[in-house]
Every structure is written in structure tokens, then in C-alpha cells.
Design a protein around this ligand. Structure first.
Ligand code: MLT
Length: 407
């Protein structure tokens, strides 16, 4: 008899954004005349930068000709892209990362979900709350938790984010081995300073712990004092893996390209206390389970780092940041306390009522989709997240609708 992985029965029936999509579809079917404005899932709406499109076409043309056709590429990504990423995203900011420490992939969601395979079943895991649900659910699937009791899984160490601590949780009070951090934060839009991030790096070094640092939204940082990579912090090379993505940086949600940085100095330990290279382990996993991102997509990704590509990608991010500023200004004017929206595409709003109640109200009265904070954890209850990923016209119209419903 084929048996299931019973850890799956501990999960909520559906993934947060699938749940929201179902509710929105039901509303749209019941009210087909209403134009729904989606400020829920963080999915980009604007086209790829021109330089990227040109390189993408060129990549396809090369695949169409016998002389330039390519089959399987290196699983870790082509050197032309890895070297460019290392130079432009890290070395240019004083972060000591080499091209062969970059693993190109098809998404930060997949990488942040898959990385847990490298760690022991009894790893003590610290999870911020609220949090991107992928970090939690993939550990539940792997059997690292007990049951879900009142919205929290037994066996995880939750790090509370609140308005009072600015959604930068305090260091854990009990020993942990693996720490998930995401800054600029999804869902709260909060950012972390170098001094705050250094405290986490120091903690990890003192406790032989590892930080999984999700920096998928780093391109939204405009404050020059804020770190864009954890490797800007001294000592992070030994204790941190960083996840990046072109999804929000250059409009790649539908094109798919991300990368994970695993420094060669990053170690984890076996039951005898012997150190093992996480770079070697991730390389083993990657080469076993992944055959690389397609050549035209990697070629398109490299164009993001060209002078024109950089300017165009920055303009794209500026567009969403402008939307975020409008959302934050409007919600603040309506009397709501907000976090984020300044160096982040997400505005996190204290809704002063239940998250799903607020979500339903916005959907049914304004036909505007947001994301209920409770979907990101118990500390998210009472909050909603509004995403800046849409056209300016849609954001302006959504804010007009919200004004008439909420004032
Ligand atoms: C979100 O809305 O939180 C993001 O789109 C999720 C993701 O990037 O997978």
C-alpha cells in the first residue's frame, strides 16, 4: 500500500495565495461587472526592461542556429552570468563573494524552500512571525515540526515581530541552529540596519548557527545606509546563505531567474561535530536535482547588469516605489499606522480589525485585493499588506476607492 508523507496533513489545506485567489475568483464570478484591482500577491505588472528583451531575443536566435545552439548548460549557471552577479551585486559593495559561490536557479521561492534539505531533522529553527509562509511550510513537509496549535507549529521557535520592535525581532531566548531572516521584509516592508544585522551575524557565529537571508527585495533599498546584502556585515561569509531574485528587481516573475549565494567558508556540522562545506552540499543537491536555467533567460538576466539594463531596472523599481509611497501616504492620512513602503514594495497596515475581516471588506466594498496579515502568522493578525505592484493608474484608483470606503 502506497502511504503518504503524513507531515502534509499538518499543513493548512491550501497555500495562502491560492486561498486568496479562490476568494477573489468567487467574488469576481458573483460580481462580473466590478473591476478588481489586485494589490495582493507581489506580482509585477510592468513589461521587462528593453535591454532585457533585446538580449532575450538574441538568446533565442542563438538557439535557432546550429553554430550557436546550446544544450544543457552548467547546472550552477553560465560563468558569464555568475561572474557578473558577483562583481555587480557583491564586490561593488565591498562584499567578498566570488562567481563560483553563486548558484543560478529558477526562483528564490524554490531555493528558500529546498535549502532545508541540507539540515538535520532535529535542527532547531527560528522563524520570524509574521513570515513568508514558504519557510515554515517546507519545514513542516520535512517533518521538523509537530502539530499546528492555534496557528503555530510545535517545535519551531517563533520570533515575534510587532509595531513596538518595528518588526525586527529580538534574538532568540533559547538556542537555535537555523535562522530565517528576510530584509527588506516580506510581508512587513520593514528594513534592517547594519548594526541590527550584525547582532544576528554575531549570534550565529557564537552559536555555530546559520542564517538564511532572503534579500529578494534588496533592489528597493534607496537609503544608502541600509545593507543590501548580509555579506556587507563582517563575518557573515562563515554563517550566512543569501537568496536573491530578479523577479521584483527586473520584472522576472514570469521569466524566472534567481540565485543563491553559498560562500565556500560557510560550514555546518555532523553529529560528531565535524565541519562540512555547505557550498559542496548545495552543489551536490543542485547538480542532482536541477539542470539549469535556460540559456536565453540567463542571457536576458545578464542584460540587467548592462548600463542600459541597470538604468531601466532601476526605473522599474522606482515606479513601484512611487506606488508604495502613494499607498503609505493615503493609508496614513486615513488614520492607519503603517510600516514599510519606503525601501520596500509592501506597506504593512494596522487594520484595527481582524485581517480577514478587513480583506473581505476591501474586496466586497472596493473590489481591491490586499493580503490579510494573519496569513503570514499569528503576529500578523489585525494587519493587512498592500502591495505596490501595479500600474500607477490602478494604484490611484484603488486609493480613491479605499478613501470612500474607509473615511
Ligand atoms: C508575495 O506576494 O509575498 C510574493 O509574491 C511571494 C513570492 O514572491 O513568492
Amino acid at each position: 500500500m502506497i502511504r503518504i508523507n503524513e507531515n502534509y496533513t499538518k499543513l493548512k489545506a491550501s497555500y495562502l495565495f491560492a486561498d486568496i485567489a479562490r476568494r477573489v475568483n468567487a467574488f469576481q464570478q458573483a460580481s462580473p461587472d466590478k473591476k478588481v484591482i489586485r494589490l495582493g500577491i507581489g506580482d509585477v505588472t510592468e513589461p521587462l526592461p528593453e535591454a532585457v528583451v533585446a538580449a532575450f531575443h538574441q538568446g533565442v536566435d542563438e538557439m535557432a542556429s546550429a553554430g550557436t545552439f546550446r544544450g544543457y548548460g552548467p547546472e550552477q549557471g553560465y560563468d558569464f552570468l555568475r561572474e557578473l552577479i558577483a562583481k555587480e551585486d557583491f564586490q561593488s559593495r565591498g562584499a567578498d563573494i566570488a562567481g563560483d559561490e553563486i548558484f543560478v536557479s529558477d526562483g528564490a521561492k524554490c531555493d528558500t524552500g529546498n535549502i532545508q534539505e541540507l539540515f538535520a531533522g532535529d535542527t532547531r529553527i527560528a522563524i520570524p512571525d509574521p513570515v513568508y509562509p514558504v519557510y515554515v511550510d517546507t519545514n513542516v513537509m520535512a517533518g521538523r515540526t509537530g502539530a499546528n496549535v492555534d496557528g503555530r507549529y510545535e517545535g519551531l521557535v517563533y520570533l515575534d515581530g510587532t509595531m513596538e520592535n518595528g518588526f525586527i525581532p529580538a534574538l532568540p531566548q533559547e538556542p537555535v541552529d537555523l535562522i530565517y531572516l528576510c530584509y527588506p521584509n516580506n510581508p512587513t516592508g520593514a528594513t534592517i540596519t547594519k548594526a541590527q544585522l550584525k547582532a544576528w551575524v554575531d549570534y550565529a557565529r557564537e552559536n555555530k548557527a546559520l542564517i538564511l537571508f532572503d534579500a529578494a527585495y534588496e533592489a528597493f533599498i534607496r537609503d544608502p545606509e541600509l545593507p543590501r546584502s548580509i555579506y556587507e556585515i563582517e563575518g557573515a561569509r562563515e554563517v550566512a546563505i543569501e537568496f536573491r531574485s530578479l523577479s521584483k528587481t527586473a520584472g522576472f516573475t514570469g521569466t524566472r531567474l534567481a540565485f543563491t549565494v553559498v560562500p565556500k567558508t560557510c560550514m555546518a556540522y555532523d553529529s560528531q561535530g565535524n565541519a562540512h562545506s555547505l557550498h559542496a552540499m548545495w552543489n551536490r543537491r543542485h547538480t542532482t536535482k536541477f539542470n539549469g536555467v535556460s540559456y536565453p533567460v540567463q542571457k536576458a538576466a545578464a542584460a540587467v547588469y548592462s548600463p542600459e539594463g541597470k538604468a531601466q531596472a532601476k526605473a522599474l523599481v522606482d515606479h513601484y516605489l512611487n506606488n508604495a509611497a502613494i499607498i503609505r501616504k493615503e493609508m496614513t492620512a486615513l488614520g492607519y499606522d503603517c510600516v514599510g513602503g519606503e525601501n520596500s514594495p509592501y506597506v504593512w497596515i494596522d487594520g484595527k480589525m481582524g485581517s480577514w475581516e478587513f480583506f473581505d471588506m476591501l474586496l466586497t466594498k472596493a473590489a481591491v485585493v490586499c493580503t490579510p496579515g494573519a496569513g503570514f502568522g499569528t503576529c500578523g493578525e489585525g494587519y493587512i499588506r498592500i502591495s505596490a505592484f501595479n500600474s500607477l493608474a490602478n494604484v490611484q484608483e484603488a486609493m480613491e476607492r479605499l478613501r470612500s470606503v474607509l473615511k
